[in-house]
Write a protein that binds this ligand. Sequence first.
Ligand code: ATP
Ligand code: MG
Length: 312
Amino acid sequence: MAHAEARNFERQEPSPEELDDLIDEVEDMIDAIPLQIRDIWQKKFDDLIDNDVEDFKTWLEFKDNIGGLRDKRNSAVDKLQADFFIDEIDRYRELFVSELPFYEQREECSFLVELLEDKQNKIIGAGQVAEVFANSDHLNSCFKVVKDWRKYREGNNLLKEAYLQLRMSKFNSELIAKVPEVQYCAALDDFRVIAMDRVDGASLSELMLDIKRVPDNFEFDVFFREIQNTVDKMHSLNIHHRDLHAGNIMMDYETGLPYIIDFGLAVEAGPLFDEDEIYKQRLADGSVLRFNYDNLQLQEVKSRFKSALAGT
Ligand SMILES: Nc1ncnc2c1ncn2[C@@H]1O[C@H](COP(=O)(O)OP(=O)(O)OP(=O)(O)O)[C@@H](O)[C@H]1O
Ligand SMILES: [Mg+2]
């Protein structure tokens, strides 16, 4: 009887390729289970591999077990994402408006309407999302105007961007690498505007094209150490910038010191999030967008800037 059963089972034994596929699948799934227990399951996996376990049933059971853990985690992450990641326009509106003006009616801000129409405006910078302009009557301010706000689904809404920037700028007095202070926001017709302090300087991407403009008092090590310091502070507040490319780091012409700008992709994450979750975002169509890790991107910018300075 036992013999017959064994033979029966043998007939159903899958091919070595099927077993390999199953093991690969199981290995990928381990990455998706909760962080706290991932090591334990990784060890179980390693033990099965080390002992050359080729029994299909054992691997199927293993897969079922971690599949259940993964699903539990996904629903917990979805809930946390709803709490922390989804652009809750009302929440950020409330947070922002309690601190600074947000204009939605032309009558409330005729000065800005005039400013937006002013022929004296000078574009002082542009990114993928926005143009930043300055006006000779407002030397200390600049105005980030989103080019076509309807096109950008994945970025922050205006008030979330402005609020996260505002939160970081509150630490300017204790940090060397600062964040421009926000003055107000406006949503007028199709204009989405963040008015903020103007940095009298250039972004590192501009400086890499015109490296002679780096001021004499610039000190490479101090510059990048201080950016790291501000990024560490940001992370300790559970804010992650997620877009620290060379265009989003500026150097003040007078002091040679850094500014971090552009919180258009920044997030606030719960303290329990693991890094991987913070640096990806699920879009409404189900696709997943991945962002650059702040610390890695900073290292990359640092080494590119070093090469530019060395003239390589
Ligand atoms: N406060 C400021 N003072 C002076 N110049 C600024 C300021 N903010 C932005 N700029 C300039 O404008 C450029 C574009 O601004 P910003 O990076 O905010 O726009 P973006 O379209 O969101 O960029 P990205 O392409 O990174 O999404 C910057 O690279 C910088 O040169
Ligand atoms: Mg930018």
